[in-house]
Ligand binder design. Structure first.
Ligand SMILES: [Zn+2]
Length: 97
């Protein structure tokens, strides 16, 4: 992997990619919602947490539960109930371009 230490990104950062837009005259539609799982404290089971202190994403190809992914996202947080620190990790399968 040539991907050196991945840049720490703020969650608000979004690439200024060209926008897909909608066909002229088409009605605005809200896309369906796909829910991401709540993360949970490994120690006490609480889902209450502090704001993420740091988020990094790493370009890494692999498979998770048989599904391919292209990026691993890690978010540093701690449990609001017991103070246990943890890293919430998620996998994303992104198309390039
Ligand atoms: Zn906890």
């Amino acid at each position: 992997m040539t991907n050196r230490k991945s840049a720490a990104l703020t969650t608000a950062a979004s690439p200024a990619a060209k926008r897909p837009g909608r066909p002229r005259g088409a009605a605005t539609q809200s896309p369906p919602t796909a829910e991401a799982l709540l993360t949970r404290c490994i120690k006490c089971g609480s889902t209450e947490r502090t704001a993420y202190r740091r988020t990094t994403e790493t370009a890494h190809h692999g498979t998770k539960h048989g599904e391919p992914y292209t990026h691993i996202i890690r978010r540093w947080t701690s449990c609001a109930a017991c103070g246990q620190h943890r890293v919430d990790m998620s996998h994303e399968n992104r198309v390039s371009g």
